[in-house]
Write a protein that binds this ligand. Structure first.
Ligand SMILES: [Zn+2]
Ligand SMILES: [Zn+2]
Length: 163
């Protein structure tokens, strides 16, 4: 991806969409307890651009997690979207982008609170999506209500994603 490419993304239901101009300033993961709780996850992957985020549909609702930090999420589906320190431009959750694989973290914060699973990640039994007959049957009839990984002109949260 070229440095000045525009990155887009949004929440799972499509009620909140954003755009931000590259290049990436800092992509990181954080293992601190506040980030774990805010994302309901082992760790939080965030990227900052140091530029204003353009909200192209809806806006996140913010929870003030400390006197300095606000954390934004979709008010409709709850997808965690932002981390904002004071008046700084917000960082965005990498998984919310349309092309998350294009953003690779280079820093790990709160390394001392790393979840024990990461010591065993490479030895987990690795199953590709659709590895079993049962899973293939489910995938064949599944109607996704997740917003597609691209901007859409009109979108009603809860409509089927036909690609
Ligand atoms: Zn949503
Ligand atoms: Zn953190």
């Amino acid at each position: 991806m070229s440095p000045n490419e525009v990155y887009s993304g949004g929440c799972q239901c499509g009620a909140v969409r954003f755009r931000v101009e590259g290049p990436v300033k800092l992509a990181s993961i954080c293992n601190c307890r506040m980030c774990q709780k805010a994302l309901g996850n082992f760790m939080a992957p965030f990227v900052s651009f140091g530029k204003p985020v353009e909200w192209t549909r809806g806006r996140p609702t913010e929870f003030r997690s400390s006197q300095q930090v606000r954390r934004g999420f979709c008010p409709n589906c709850g997808t965690p979207l932002t981390y904002r320190w004071g008046d700084h431009e917000p960082s965005l959750t990498i998984g919310a982008f349309d092309t998350p694989n294009a953003i690779v973290p280079t820093v790990e914060f709160a390394h001392d609170n790393r979840h024990p699973i990461f010591a065993h990640y490479d030895v987990l039994k690795a199953e590709p999506l659709g590895a079993t007959d049962e899973e293939r049957d489910i995938l064949a009839i599944l109607k996704s209500y997740q917003h597609p990984d691209r901007d859409t002109e009109n979108w009603l949260p809860g409509q089927a994603n036909n690609g």
